[in-house]
Design a protein around this ligand. Sequence first.
Ligand code: GTP
Ligand code: MG
Length: 196
Amino acid sequence: MGPFGREDVRILLLGERGVGKTSLILSLVSEEFPDVVPPRAEEITIPADVTPEQVPTHIVDFSESEQTEQDLAREVQRADVVCLVYAVDDSHSLQQITERWLPLLQSLRPTSKEDGGSQSGEVVSAVPIILVGNKSDLLEQGNMESVLPIMNHYAEIETCVECSARTLRNISEMFYYAQKAVLHPTAPLYIAEDRE
Ligand code: GTP
Ligand code: MG
């Protein structure tokens, strides 16, 4: 068991076709942008000793062209954290975050009241979410304005991060924030700047 009392962390990537889920995973693993990607990356496990939090971490891709609705439901049930990916140059992919993906996650992993001792009967989410704006290389400037209202509306969104599988900007950070959301949940954060 890891130092935070967990065996492992399971990170699931979801989002519209073409937003770069598979590219993000392969960029993380190979530290370079893959020009050609399969529809779906094999599940990878990062050993504990090379993760910042020292917990083995599984990274799971999802592909609508290769997987069914049942596969999707099963993966959502198994996930410890979901990275919801949109592409910053594709407003439809962001719109689908609120119209499709967040409602889907809420129906598959319903928000539950914290039982007992909670001070205010605070509502907590069953699955933490990292909102990921990929392809930041295609925009000169970040686009925090369109994402902040979503963050404010959905308490289950832990962190938002803009990244690029192509330039590798914020790639390891994105997976680190996902790991951290499971191991040490905190108040929401918006990460647009590079972190050294
Ligand atoms: P599906 O498997 O169909 O759901 O798509 P996906 O989300 O896995 O996207 P994929 O990784 O296949 O990438 C789709 C396209 O976007 C490919 O042509 C990638 O080369 C391109 N792409 C991915 N990430 C980036 C990025 O950071 N910047 C740019 N400019 N292009 C990217
Ligand atoms: Mg893919």
